[in-house]
Design a protein around this ligand. Structure first.
Ligand code: FPP
Ligand code: MG
Length: 336
């Protein structure tokens, strides 16, 4: 397996000529147009909030991933519109969770801009999230029952992951297994579901669809591990959210779970979070940025990257398979 550093990050939609999205640029452009059209509501406020978040420059990683899996599994034009709808549904569900997550975390910065919660407050952000969630099920609710169940199960796991993470906040005894349980539900669930639905829509056998689900799992886990690392590495201008937010909120992120084992000084910081003075917080961040913690966190992400590459082996050679390999590699060295 070759891990290639791709430092350049572009939104696949803004720059369809580059990056792993290249072979599905036209599908992604269609998905983008339909996604934006679904944000219009009879109530102007809902449309305004949804457009504000969705157009704020997300990476469209989930739709790209679903469409690449669809094509890499041999998906043809006959169900392309369905695959596009599934891809849009993933982005809508993801966007809904971000609106709700910022309410729960009182997150004030998202994608480099004030969050919807900071601008419009709790009730409008909550309802806008509900609206996006309903739009997602308007799209995938017309699929065959097993596909709807896969999407619904992912959403159930998203809620459970969020609650599990809340339960483990400010808990210095949180283990790596606990952490894996949280991120499997709160992040990998959507990648698993997206890959499985993409494969089934392409007409893949159940065994291939299961392998694609495992691929999604590994990509989602690696993605969240790097997300957690970026929370301590920053900088804010790149990650689009405040550095050290997880530490302040007492969230059991990967660097914290690994760091607390090695540096007992972190224990009280994890317990007290936001109550800690800024200098102590900065010292904690320095410990979490140590070569040991960063190296171990990256190695755990690399383990998932290796699993993801293994799963790709069941697929026939194609430009879509190559693009998936590139998308997988990009997760480890991404900076945003
Ligand atoms: C962001 O993680 C949050 C999630 C990935 C999941 C959030 C799930 C919910 C709010 C449950 C609601 C579910 C539905 C289906 C609407 P993070 O806090 O690690 O990321 P961040 O640092 O970008 O905020
Ligand atoms: Mg959050």
């Amino acid at each position: 397996m070759t891990i290639v550093k791709h430092r350049r990050q572009t939104s696949p939609c803004n720059d369809p000529g580059l990056g792993p999205a290249q072979p599905i640029a036209s599908e992604l452009a269609k998905a983008e147009a339909k996604l934006l059209s679904l944000l219009d509501s009879r109530e102007e406020l809902i449309g305004e909030i949804c457009r504000y978040l969705v157009s704020a420059g997300g990476k469209r990683l989930r739709p790209t991933f679903v469409l690449l899996v669809y094509r890499a599994c041999g998906g043809r034009e006959s169900r392309l519109d369905d695959a596009i709808d599934a891809a849009i549904a993933m982005e809508l569900i993801h966007s809904a969770t971000l609106l709700h997550d910022d309410i729960i975390d009182t997150g004030t910065l998202r994608r480099g801009k004030p969050s919807a919660f900071a601008l419009w407050g709790l009730a409008p952000s909550l309802v806008a999230g509900d609206y996006l969630f309903a739009r997602a099920f308007e799209l995938c609710g017309r699929f065959e029952e097993p596909l709807v169940k896969i999407a619904a199960e992912a959403c159930i796991q998203l809620t459970e992951g969020e609650v599990m993470e809340g339960r483990l906040r400010r808990n210095s005894r949180v283990t790596l297994d606990d952490y894996m349980g949280v991120i499997s539900r709160k992040t990998a669930s959507l990648f698993r579901a997206g890959a499985k639905v993409g494969a089934l829509l392409a007409g893949a056998h159940d065994a291939t669809a299961a392998t694609m689900a495992r691929l999604g799992d590994a990509v989602g886990l690696a993605f969240q591990m790097i997300d957690d690392l970026l929370d301590v590495l920053g900088p804010e201008e790149k990650i689009g959210k405040p550095v050290g937010a997880d530490l302040r909120a007492g969230v059991p992120s990967l660097p914290l779970v690994l760091g607390v084992e090695k540096y007992p000084a972190l224990e009280s910081l994890l317990l007290n979070g936001a109550q800690v003075d800024p200098a102590a917080l900065e010292r904690a961040l320095e410990l979490l940025r140590s070569a040991d913690v960063v190296g171990r966190a990256r190695n755990l992400a690399l383990e998932q990257i290796a699993i993801a590459h293994q799963m790709l082996e069941v697929l026939k050679p194609s430009p879509f398979k190559d693009a998936l390999a590139r998308l997988i590699n990009e997760q480890v060295y991404r900076e945003v």
